[in-house]
Design a protein around this ligand. Structure first.
Ligand SMILES: [Zn+2]
Length: 288
């Protein structure tokens, strides 16, 4: 056998060896397999929003606050170390089965948990929900900054985020079970996103947390998931300011904080959320 043939054979053996190692790793590590398959799937999915020219009316914030048909909530607050919650921030917290969370998210969490129960016969539990600033400070003192957000930068202080698990699978192990993988790929249908996706720490500041779900509501969760965005990207660069976008049967507009807002006409179920970066995001369902 010539030297060239031996070299080629050695290379093939080496390649086969690495392929066997990778395939074995993927076969054993269901969490790695899931992360890779999700990253690959994200390459082929997207959801487009179109700018539309629609009729609107300028309304003052006072007028809007006094209108019972308009809902104000905090669902689109961007909360991180650059956009922190102010010391004066008071979240809308309720108790659901002795778990404290934002009143905005209860129905969506119940629907998601019901769906997990229906599909897999397992309960979706909450290990951590609303935290006061003092409770967050205790956690920060015990952990690294890229694992626990500092006081004011934690979504848990808003009650909009939940750390979830099923029996036997919590934390990083959550995606080793089918219920966890289901939550990761379907929570957007219930208005939640995986707030700290894999490989996005340079943007979010936090390492991958497949257990931390954050409510942003529909259709925002779908747009974020389908376009594989972080909340940072969605809030600060997905929308142009002061224009109207159409997605599905919804009108969305991100407008600079002002005494008046442009409210689309011929719409219902108007929801207005500040985004914590100096803008309001208006979401409205078209009448027809
Ligand atoms: Zn969390």
């Amino acid at each position: 056998m010539t030297r060239k043939k031996i070299a080629i054979l050695s290379l093939i053996c080496l390649l086969l060896f690495f392929i066997i190692i990778i395939v074995s790793l993927l076969a054993i590590k269901s969490d790695y397999r899931f992360i890779i398959s999700e990253k690959l799937a994200s390459l082929s999915r997207s959801a487009d929003c179109e700018i539309v020219d629609i009729q609107y009316v300028e309304r003052s914030l006072d007028d809007l606050y006094g209108d019972s048909s308009v809902k104000f909530d905090d669902s689109l607050l961007l909360i991180n170390s650059s956009y922190m919650l102010s010391n004066e921030y008071v979240p809308d917290i309720v108790s659901y089965k002795d778990v404290l969370m934002s009143g905005t998210i209860v129905d969506s969490y119940v629907s998601l948990a019901d769906s997990v129960m229906e599909k897999y016969g397992k309960s979706l539990y909450i290990i951590s929900s609303y935290r006061t600033a003092e409770e967050q400070e205790d956690i920060v003192n015990q952990k690294e900054e890229d694992v626990a957000a500092k006081v004011g930068a934690s979504e848990h202080q808003s009650g909009l985020a939940l750390d979830v698990y099923v029996s036997g699978y919590s934390g990083k192990a959550f995606i080793k079970c089918e219920e966890g993988r289901y939550v990761n790929t379907h929570c957007y249908e219930y208005g939640f996103i995986i707030r700290y996706p894999y490989g996005e720490k340079s943007i979010t500041g936090i390492t991958y947390e497949p257990w931390h779900i954050r409510y942003v509501g529909y259709p925002h969760a779908e747009l974020i998931y389908m376009n594989s965005l972080t909340l940072e990207e969605y809030i600060t660069s997905f929308f142009k300011d002061n224009v109207f976008y159409e997605y599905d049967n919804y009108i969305i507009s991100r407008q600079k904080e002002s005494v008046t807002l442009m409210i689309p006409e011929d719409c219902k179920n108007i929801v207005i959320s500040p985004d914590n970066t100096g803008y309001y995001i208006i979401t409205a369902e078209k009448n027809s």
